[in-house]
Ligand binder design. Structure first.
Ligand code: SF4
Ligand code: SF4
Length: 147
């Protein structure tokens, strides 16, 4: 009986020391918790948020030539490329690039099918809203507003 009593004290004490060891180890480890949204971490370059238009680095607004390949390739039908024909200009120009992000599966087919590398996945992960309408974007308009 007395033997069991001391055995239990020993097991309890050992368990206490193991627990304190874990606590001590955590206390001296580097802090990995980020106080979001006040603090943010760099996201991986491979992140897939909504698609966005690539600005043209050689002048002009965009790289997109309004060919409509992405629109035809999208399996969810969430892209609408709206074009206009300007007088005196050859071909069409983009007047709006509509994205219904509520339907997008982030499959990447549009990005892969673009012959001009004119769209990419943005890293805009902080999208939250109570209204679906807030996920209908005109990517051309958004690009202009960012400039
Ligand atoms: S990622 Fe896929 S679903 Fe989303 S717009 Fe592109 S093709 Fe459509
Ligand atoms: S984003 Fe690419 S595939 Fe889509 S319309 Fe523009 S050039 Fe064509």
């Amino acid at each position: 009986m007395i033997k069991d009593y001391f055995k239990e004290i020993f097991i309890g004490g050992k368990s206490l020391l193991v627990g304190l060891g874990v606590t001590f180890k955590a206390a001296i480890s580097p802090i990995v918790t980020v106080q979001y949204p006040r603090e943010k971490i760099d996201v991986t370059p491979n992140i897939r948020c909504h698609i966005d238009l690539v600005p043209n680095p050689h002048g002009g607004d965009i790289q997109c030539i309004a060919c409509g390949m992405c629109e035809r390739a999208c399996p969810s039908g969430c892209i609408e490329v709206i074009t206009q024909k300007k007088e005196g200009e050859k071909g069409k120009t983009l007047s709006a690039f509509k994205l219904d992000f509520t339907k997008c599966s982030l499959c990447g087919i549009c990005v892969e099918s673009c012959p001009k590398d004119a769209i990419y996945f943005s890293n805009e992960y902080e999208l939250a809203s109570f209204s679906k309408d807030d996920f209908h974007f005109d990517l051309l308009q958004r690009l202009k507003e960012r400039k």
